[in-house]
Design a protein around this ligand. Structure first.
Ligand code: HEC
Length: 95
C-alpha cells in the first residue's frame, strides 16, 4: 500500500511537471514535447541541452539570438518569460 502511494505521488509529480513546464503559446509551433518547429524543419528544441535552451531563450528575449533568421519572431514569444519559466521549459524539453 505504501509503495503504491509513493508510486502514484511520483506519477503525479511527473505529470504536473510536464504540464507546468511549457506555456500553451509555444505548443502550436514546437509541440508539447519540443520535438518540432513548424517554421524551421531542422530546429528540434528537444534535441538541445538544457543549458542551450536557457541560453537561446535569454538570447531571443534580449534580441541577440537569431539562428535561422526568425529570431525577431521568437523574441515576441520569449520576451515575457520569467527566468523560472525558461528553466521549466529547459527542464521539460532539454537533455
Ligand atoms: C509561430 C511559431 C513559434 C512559436 C509560437 C514559438 N516559437 Fe520558438 N521558434 C520558432 C522559430 C521559427 C524558431 C527559430 C528562430 C531563429 O531563427 O533563431 C524558434 C526557436 C526556438 C528555440 C531554439 C531552437 C533552436 O533550434 O535553436 C527555442 C528553445 C524555442 N523556440 C522555444 C519556444 C518557446 C519556449 C515558445 C513559447 C514561449 C516558443 N518557442 C514559441 C517558432 C515559434
Amino acid at each position: 500500500m505504501k509503495k503504491l502511494a509513493i508510486a502514484s505521488i511520483a506519477a503525479l509529480t511527473v505529470a504536473s511537471t510536464l504540464m507546468a513546464g511549457v506555456p500553451g503559446s509555444c505548443v502550436g509551433c514546437h509541440g508539447k514535447d519540443g520535438s518540432k518547429n513548424t517554421m524551421v524543419k531542422q530546429s528540434k528544441p528537444n534535441t538541445m541541452k538544457k543549458a542551450d535552451i536557457v541560453a537561446a531563450l535569454n538570447g531571443y528575449k534580449a534580441g541577440t539570438q537569431n539562428t535561422y533568421g526568425k529570431g525577431m519572431m521568437m523574441k515576441n514569444f520569449a520576451k515575457n518569460l520569467s527566468d523560472a519559466q525558461i528553466q521549466d521549459i529547459a527542464n521539460t524539453w532539454g537533455k
